[in-house]
Design a binder for this molecule. Sequence first.
Ligand code: IVH
Length: 667
Amino acid sequence: MAKDAKKRIEQLRNEIRRHDYLYYALNQPQISDRQYDKLFAELKALEQANPELVTPDSPTQRVSGRPLEGFAAVRHTIPMLSMDNTYSADELRAFDERIRKQLGGEDYDYVVELKFDGLAVSLRYENGRLVTAATRGDGEVGDDVTANVRTIKAVPLALLDGGGIPGILEVRGEVYMPTKSFIELNKQRSQTGEPVFANPRNAAAGSLKLLDARITAARNLSFFAYAAGEVSEPLAQTHYETLQNFKQFGLPVNPHNAKAGDIEQVIDICFSWSEKRLTLDYKTDGMVIKINRFDQRDALGATGRAPRWCISYKFAAERAQTTIESIDVQVGKSGILTPVANLTPVLLAGTTVKRASLHNFDELARLDARCGDTVLIEKAGEIIPQVVEVEKELRPAGAVPFKVPAKCPNCGSAVAKDKEGVYIRCVNPDCLGQLKERLRYFAGRDQMDIENLGPALIEQLVESGLVKNFADLYKLQKSDLMTLERMGEKSADNVIAAIEKSKARPLWRLVAALGIRHIGGQSADILAEHFGSLDALMAADVEALQTVEQIGPKIAESVYEYFRNPANRAVIEGLLTAGVRPEQPKKVRRAGQLAGKTIVVTGTLEKFTRPQIEQAIKQAGGKPASSVSKKTDFVLAGKEPGSKLDRARQLGVKVIDEKQFQEIIKG
Ligand code: IVH
C-alpha cells in the first residue's frame, strides 16, 4: 500500500510539475484549472495520509510555516554584476565598435532580451532541487530569500529531469510582479490605508523581502531566468543554447529573446519594442544586449562594476505635458485627505489621462504644483499617472500655492496631521464623505460583496439620510428604496436580495469589511480563523491578538481599539440584530504523529530549512514554538544548537535529533 502511495505521489508530483511548467513558463496550459486542482488535491490527500513521504520539493510544499526573524547572508560564488546603460542608437553603435575592436576581427553575434523591471535573484539547484535563493544584494553578498522564492509558482522546486542537469546549477534571473497583480495589490493597500507601491519593481522587492513567506505567496510574483551562475559542468558554449537548456529543465525563459547578427539588427529589435512593450503583462524599461559566445565574453572581460560584453538600452519613460485645471481634495474611508490634480485631458502611453494623484500634501508642497501650472506627467511603472515636474517658467501670473485645507472639504470639520506626519485626516467620525467611502468598501467585492450597491446608490442612501452606518443597510425596506430617484421596482428588489444574501458571508469578510485600520482580507482571515467567532475576536485583548501568528503590534492595537469604541460596538450590535450572521467555516483537523505536541527547534538541520521543519511539524499535527518552557514536549536540536538546548536540559525537556524526528513523523 505504502509502495503504491509512493509511486502515485511521485507520478502526481511529476504531472503537477509538468503542468506548472506548461502554465507558468510556456503560457500553454494543457488542462483546465479544475483538472489541475484535482491532481493537487489528490497529492495533498496522499501526502497527508503518508506524511513520511512528504519531501521539501513537493509542489505542495511551496508555502512554509512561520515568519523568519531575519535573512541570512549568502555570498555569491560568482558576483552578480550590474550593467551599463545606453539611451540611443548611436550609443549602441559605439558599444558595438568597442566590441569589434577588442575581438580583433572575429565574427560575433548578440542575443537581445527584454529588461525586466523587478529584482535579480540567484537560484541554486543541487541535483535538480532548489536549495537556496538569494537576492543580488551588493553583488557579492545577498539575502537568503529561499522561503519566499519557493512560493513563486514559476520557479520550479525540482527541475524537469530529461538528463543533462549539472549537479550544481545556479540560475540567475528576475523576480517581477505582473502588472495586473501590481494594480490589484495597490488597490487593496489603498483600501486598508497602507502606502501604495510606486511601481512594480518596488512591489516585487517589497514582497520578496517579507519575513513571512505566506504573505509573499499571496503577492503573485513571477520569474524569468536569464543567465547561469556557478555550474558544476558547463552547460553550453553560448548564451542562447543555455537559455534553451533552461527551458528543457522547466525554467521559465522569456519567449521574446532573439538572436541578432549585427548592431543594426539589435537596434531594430530594440526600437520595435518601444511601443510593443506596453502590450506585455509585465513591465520592462529597456532591453539587454548580450554577446552570445561565452569564450568571447571571457575575452572581453569586465570592468569593476559591469561586464564589457553586455549593455542595456533604456526606453525613455513616456511623458506628456498638460495643465492643472484644478486640484480636488478627496476624503478616504479613514479620513485621509488626498490632493488630486484635474488635468486637461492628454494622451499618455496609450490612455487618456484626466486626473493624477498628488499622493499627499508633503508631496504637493515639494512639487509646488498650483492651479494653472503646466506640468509633465509620467506613468509610474507605466501604470499610474503622476505629476513629475512643474514647468515653473510657464506659470501664469497670479497662480497661488495650494493651501493645505484646514477643514474637511466634505463635512467642514477640523483636520489633523497623523503622528507619522504624512497624512492629513478629517477626524469627524460623522463625516458623510468618509461614510460613503466606508460603505463602498464594506459592499466591495473583496468584502461583503453586495452586488448592485454601487457608488451612485450609496451616495443617494447617505444623502437621503436612510443609511448612517453599516447596520442601516440591513434595515432597508423596498419601500425606502422606492423613495429614491431613478429607482425602479425591479432594481429595488435586486438590491434588497443582494443585501439579504450578504448576511451569510463568512466571518473574515465581515471583519475585513469593517474597515479597521491596517486590516485587509488576509489579516481578517487569519484573525477569523484563529478566534473562530466574532465574540471571541471582540473580547480579545492586545496580548491575545499579538500571539496570533503574523499579527504584529500595529494590527493588534488597531483591532483592539476598534472593538473598544462604543460607536463601533453599537454598529456591530446593529448588524447582528438585523440578521447578519458571520460564521467561520470549520477546518477539519487530522491527528498526526505529533498531535497536540509542542516542539522547539534549535540549531541548523541538515534536511530541512526552518520553514520546512515547521511545516513538517504542523503536518504531523504538532505545534512549532519558539521558546522552551515546561510545556514543551520536545526540543529538536540540530548542529550548533543555541541556549534553547541548555534550557531544555535544565527543565528536563526531552531532546531529540533530526534522525529521531524523522522516525517519529514516519509513525
Ligand atoms: S543579465 C551582468 N538580463 O538588470 C548583468 N539582467 O542592470 C547580467 N535585468 O541586476 C544580468 N532583465 O536585475 C540580465 N534580461 C536580463 C535582465 C537583466 C533585467 C536586470 C538585473 C540586473 C540589472 C542590471
